[in-house]
Design a protein around this ligand. Sequence first.
Ligand SMILES: [Zn+2]
Length: 360
Amino acid sequence: MWTARRPSHRGNFKLHQCIYCLTWKPLASFSKEHVVQASMIGKTREPLVLRANDGIVCLACNQAFDRAFDRKLARDTPEGFSRVYEGLIGAEEFKTFGKKSSVRAEVKAGKLAGKQVWVSPQPMPSQFALHEIVEPCLRFTSGDVIRDYQPDAVLSHQQLRADGIDLRDGDKVELIGIEYELVAERLRGLGFEGPSGAPYPPEPFRMSAEVFFGVPPELLRCYAKIVFNYLAYVHGKRTALLDVFDDARAFILHGTQRAFPIVAPMQPLVLRRGQQEVRSIWLSVEHANGHVVGQVCFYGRIRWRVTLAAAPRILLHRVGHIYDLERWCVELTEEPPSPFFGEAVPGRRPAALTRSSGQA
Ligand SMILES: [Zn+2]
């Protein structure tokens, strides 16, 4: 049986309970929480917002989410790439996490065949910019001796001699690697003068590659948070505070998975209005198969199902919203196509949960 948590008063000083950490705090400790990150929606659309004045999500949780996954979602993820393809930002504004990127490509042919690269989007969805993963290294040329070093393992002249490398006058220290400036600065700090070299690669060229999107565990928490935010938005804070959602809360806050797989991928789904495809962000919550289940789908590319609780009767109806890129955010009043509200099948561990590639 579930119970509702009660408000607390200490004198005139009313405290509010955060729906995530469950801590009681004064209103000043709460902040505005966007149901879907503003960065994913664009500036002109009316966002669904949990208002600070309603005391729903505390500032500490809000900031923790920002550090843990909110910024990550807008960057090198399928959803982050979509921001470029849907025109929310220009390709030149796109930021990755570099070597920590969860997006990888394997080059099939050409100069870099067989190599792993990381990827950033171009305005055309069929094109990517590929960046070779190059560890900056040093190449010492003293006679026949050539040694490569990782940037963190660069040695001073003295240490190099102890290591059997006798750098003589006129020997050159050559740099290759994409982080040229960084390595040059480090070398100067170690007493090397005028390190020479050039950034790599020197010029762009075309190649074909297979692109893999990894799904880091913290992103699964991010999808779960969006859906839980949405639950609080459409069913209210009292519902969100029910203890049946404690497992979902623990997963979002700390990544602890106690129950069913909370987040699972589903087939992408493009909403159609008549013959026309509608590129949009969809959100829904409903009860299905005795579970409270939400879905979030970004631009018809990837759809995530989030199981929030095993509780058959606490939601009376299904609710959906759509952020249409041509229109404002609207509540779904017409019956959506049936795959959108797919049946929940908890208990099966999806492939995406085990594929946490790319995280350093
Ligand atoms: Zn909190």
